[in-house]
Every structure is written in structure tokens, then in C-alpha cells.
Design a protein around this ligand. Structure first.
Ligand code: NAX
Length: 328
């Protein structure tokens, strides 16, 4: 029998996981390979009970690809022998809470989990979804001795998907006509959704849309502020679309990228595009489908776009300073 892909997912009792776990188990993400899911949530009886309920529902789907489900409150058990860790669980930002306070609240979760991954796994890939995801990924990577930091990624795929949908609506085309959309920088309101390199039906997006003012202002702002707009409308943060983006992220790394194409993911900077080495920054990325990836080189950016990139890098650097005491 084929060895299962073992996937640890944190925040298992939360709303993103309720949309995510089923799609990891069903065969949609890992094809016909069997999947063992390890669900981690807080070691609080009510929370564990809720995670157990999710595990029961997973079993009740009768997926042929689901080879097992483990529910635990112990990070060491969760991360033992895994191939992927999807770090979704984190405390939500409370009313009036500053981003800095959120970082200081959530940072220690990722030192603990980085250490536990180091103890339990070697050939592992990590996706951080819990916010602030870039900086949480930086914390986990720097507390995970023995696992190379290029195994740690953070999720900007939801931002990419949001940008695709906005461009398609404006151009009056389908999402399938949009390609080469890059999110640069931080998964935050400073991110830069790059329309200069995006294409619509293979042509430059700016040429097709013909409205630079909309692209430079409304488009970027809509994508940057979309998370807030969802909370205002739904009363809860994005869950199904976030889970969908996490599935897209994992699939993009698991499979070879089509020649000439790319996707957005926050990965460790190697100094490309002047982003300081070591920051976990969103770039255009290609995957070889065998565990290797590359940052796409040579994309042109106007002075205006470089200003946007500089602003989001500055924010990542500030965040790095705030959590410097947590970087191992
Ligand atoms: P929920 O509050 O519904 O669920 C979070 C779950 O994490 C809870 O069950 C909680 O008990 C658990 N948890 C907390 N600390 C934990 C720990 N130390 N170990 C294991 N589990 C722990 O939040 P949900 O809507 O699922 O969102 C989860 C995270 O995703 C949040 O940080 C949120 O900000 C972030 N998001 C990131 C996005 C991205 O694009 N990168 C978009 C969506 C989302 O906002």
C-alpha cells in the first residue's frame, strides 16, 4: 500500500479548518494518495471535544483516501512524522487590538510549534495561515533547528485569488482568463497586488483594462481591504475562501507549475528584488513538483510599483523587530 501523506493541521476546531480538512481528505489535494490527518487544537476539553466532532464527520464522509484521523492537544504528537504542517490555529485579533499586540500574543504559539516540528519531522513542508502569517512563519522557521527555512511558507494565495476575481470582474472576463497575478510582500493592508505583470487573455492587464487610476487605487485597495470587508459583511472572517486558498497553495507546491506560469506565496527571501534575505515575503513562485521551488526572476516593476514593494518590506522588517526576542 502507498505510504500515506501525513498532514498536521492546527486550529482544527476553528472555522477555516471546518472548510479545509474535508478537502485535504477527499483526494482533491493529494490525488489518490492516502492521507492521514493529525488535528491539533488547544488542550481544553470543550475544544478537544469539538475537534473530535470534526474527526467524526471526516470519518462519516467515507473518503477512500482518508487512512486515519488523530485528534490531539499535544504539538509533539501532532507533528510527529508529518509531511505537511498547516498552521492555521491562532488567536483572532480582538476589538481594538493592535497588530503589534496580536504578534506578541501569537508569536509564542509558533516558537512552540517550530520546536515540536523540529523534534518530530525532517522532510516536512509548512504553510502558516494564522495571522500575522508571514511573521509567524519567520518565528516557526527560526525555532525549527534542522529543517531548512525554505520549507516554511505563509499564505498570500487568498489575496492572489481575490485580485484575480477583481480583475476579471472589471474586464468582464472569467477568472480563467486572468494569469500571472503576483502578491508582493506581507499578508496585510500593505501588500502590493501587482497588475503590471498580470495578464488578461495573455495581454497586459493594464492594456486590457485601460484605467490606470482604477488599477492603482480601487483595485489595490479592494484587495488589501477585502478581509475587513468580509468581516463587515459576514460578521466573521473569511473561512471558506481562506480554506480554498490553502488548498490551492498546497497543490501549487505539490505539483509542477506550468511553463511560463507562476503563483504567489510568501517564502524565505534569498535577496531577490532587493527584499532583505531571510524575510518571509510574498513573491511570484514556481514549483518543480518535487519539493523544490524558485522565485521568478526578472519581472519588471515601475518606480511606482517599487515604492509599493518598499512599503510592504518596511512593514515586514518592523514586524521582525517586534518579535526579535522570539527568533531563535
Ligand atoms: P477560529 O477562531 O475559528 O479558529 C482558530 C482555532 O485555532 C480555534 O479552534 C483555536 O482553539 C485554535 N488555536 C488557538 N491557539 C492554538 C494553538 N496554540 N494550537 C492549536 N490550535 C490553536 O479562526 P479561523 O477563522 O479558523 O482563522 C484562523 C487564523 O487564520 C486566524 O489567525 C486568522 O487571522 C487567519 N487567517 C489568515 C488568512 C490568510 O490569508 N493568511 C485569511 C483568513 C484568516 O483571517
Amino acid at each position: 500500500m502507498t505510504k500515506p501523506v501525513t498532514v498536521a493541521v492546527t486550529g482544527a476546531a476553528g472555522q477555516i479548518c471546518y472548510n479545509l480538512l474535508f478537502r485535504l481528505a477527499s483526494g482533491e489535494t493529494f490525488g489518490d494518495r492516502p492521507v492521514h490527518l493529525k488535528l491539533l487544537d488547544l488542550p481544553i476539553p470543550a475544544v478537544q471535544k469539538a475537534a473530535e466532532g470534526v474527526a467524526m464527520e471526516l470519518m462519516d464522509c467515507g473518503y477512500k483516501t482518508l487512512s486515519g484521523v488523530t485528534v490531539t492537544g499535544d504539538p509533539n504528537e501532532a507533528f510527529d512524522g508529518i509531511n505537511w504542517a498547516l498552521l492555521v490555529g491562532a488567536k483572532p485579533r480582538g476589538p481594538g487590538m493592535l497588530r503589534k499586540d496580536l504578534m506578541l500574543e501569537n508569536g509564542p504559539i509558533f516558537t512552540t510549534q517550530g520546536n515540536a516540528i523540529a523534534r518530530g519531522a525532517d522532510d516536512v513542508r509548512v504553510l502558516v495561515v494564522g495571522n500575522p502569517c508571514n511573521t509567524n512563519a519567520l518565528i516557526a522557521a527560526s525555532n525549527c533547528a534542522g529543517v531548512p527555512n525554505d520549507r516554511f511558507t505563509a499564505m498570500t494565495r487568498l489575496d492572489q485569488n481575490r485580485a484575480v476575481a477583481q480583475l476579471a470582474m472589471k474586464a468582464g472576463v472569467t477568472n480563467a482568463d486572468i494569469s500571472h497575478v503576483t502578491i508582493w510582500g506581507n499578508h496585510s493592508a500593505t501588500q502590493y497586488p501587482d497588475f503590471e505583470n498580470a495578464r488578461i487573455g495573455g495581454k497586459p492587464a493594464a492594456e486590457v483594462i485601460g484605467d490606470l487610476n482604477w488599477l492603482q487605487n480601487d483595485f489595490i485597495k479592494t484587495v488589501q481591504q477585502r478581509g475587513k470587508a468580509i468581516i463587515n459583511a459576514r460578521g466573521k472572517s473569511s473561512a471558506a475562501s481562506a480554506a480554498n486558498a490553502a488548498i490551492d497553495h498546497v497543490k501549487s507546491f505539490e505539483n509542477a507549475t506550468a511553463p511560463g506560469d507562476w503563483f504567489s506565496a510568501a517564502v524565505v527571501s534569498d535577496g531577490s528584488y532587493g527584499v532583505p534575505e531571510g524575510l518571509i515575503c510574498s513573491f511570484p513562485v514556481t514549483s518543480d513538483g518535487k519539493g523544490g521551488f524558485e522565485i521568478v526572476q526578472g519581472l519588471e516593476m515601475s518606480d511606482w510599483a517599487q515604492g509599493k514593494l518598499a512599503a510592504t518590506i518596511a512593514e515586514l522588517q518592523q514586524e521582525q523587530t517586534v518579535v526579535s526576542h522570539l527568533l531563535g
